[in-house]
Design a protein around this ligand. Structure first.
Ligand code: AMP
Ligand code: MN
Ligand code: MN
Ligand code: MN
Length: 275
């Protein structure tokens, strides 16, 4: 059986393994096709391609693009694009700038609840100067003993509706899809079960995603409950979306699903990698 893992993070965003270490781990875990999908950054891809030569792992170009839909923060996994596309690089660079501005606002919000020095603290966990994510703040909060694990850092401070939640300016979902497609890529709706939407709002999101040129949805994700996996298999069938899957692996300690540790795609769905 061919093993695909089309969603994971390296040190080019908020993962803790370098692209090379991810490729090595993927090879050990018998992953055949790996997409490294860093948040709003594709600087890890050339190292990943280099590291894969001489191994059994094939690298698929990937990115996890932050977009907005009706004030919701939505993630689009882009696959198979040309990493040399200037339009794509421009959009990613602008999102990274917005992330830096948000990081300052998060730090101020944490100071308001008595947690000082958060920006400097989070920066100690940053591995790509150009990219800061809430995961870096979460690691700082765990490291300093404010919370005992990453999940609690989101539940108490960083998650939507919590005291240090701050949004940032992102492209609209239709613009994100368009730039990925113009770069020859495929747009996949990441972990659809993660978004706090009613059933009606979810159908509105899926309608707009399809109408904007979205190709596929993740049906298996560690963010999903088993019931959500079933639900998104049904949605993929109903909408005619191709199916994708990924571990969303970030770190050997933090992540409870390792590279490649996903069930095979159910029959009757078209995989995102089929032409
Ligand atoms: P950002 O894109 O900077 O807003 O942060 C999103 C990242 O934060 C995700 O990719 C995860 O790494 C992490 N994250 C978000 N929500 C949670 C959560 N509930 N538990 C653990 N990590 C989370
Ligand atoms: Mn992340
Ligand atoms: Mn995501
Ligand atoms: Mn991710």
């Amino acid at each position: 059986m061919t093993v695909y893992d089309l969603h994971c993070h390296s040190t080019a965003s908020d993962g803790t393994l370098t692209p090379t270490a991810l490729v090595t781990r993927a090879a050990q875990r018998r992953v055949d096709y790996l997409a490294i999908t860093d948040h709003d950054d594709i600087s890890g891809l050339s190292e990943a391609h280099q590291a894969s030569t001489g191994t059994s792992v094939r690298i698929i170009n990937g990115v996890e693009l932050s977009v907005a839909w009706k004030r919701q923060s939505i993630h689009i996994v882009g696959l198979f694009f040309d990493a040399g596309s200037p339009a794509l690089q421009d959009v990613l660079a602008s999102v990274r700038i917005a992330r830096r501005q948000r990081a300052e606002a998060i730090s101020k919000a944490l100071a308001q609840v008595g947690i000082g020095g958060a920006l400097e603290g989070a920066r100690r966990f940053v591995t790509n100067e150009a990219l800061i994510s809430r995961a870096h703040f979460a690691r700082f909060l765990v490291d300093q003993g404010y919370v005992s694990n990453k999940r609690k850092a989101f539940n108490r401070y960083l998650g939507q509706g919590k005291p240090a939640y701050v949004s940032f300016t992102r492209p609209a979902i239709s613009e994100g899809i368009a730039v990925l497609r113009a770069a020859g890529g495929t747009a996949v709706l990441a972990h659809p079960g993660r978004y706090p939407l009613t059933a009606t709002a979810m159908r509105n999101l899926l309608d707009e995603f399809r109408d904007s040129g979205g190709d596929a949805i993740e049906i298996f994700s560690p963010s999903h409950t088993p019931m959500q996996n079933e639900r998104f298999i049904e949605y993929a069938r109903f909408y005619g979306f191709k199916a994708s899957l990924g571990s969303d692996f970030h770190d050997p300690e933090e992540s409870h699903v390792d590279l490649g540790a996903l069930p095979p795609l159910p029959s009757g769905l078209t995989p995102v990698w089929s032409i």
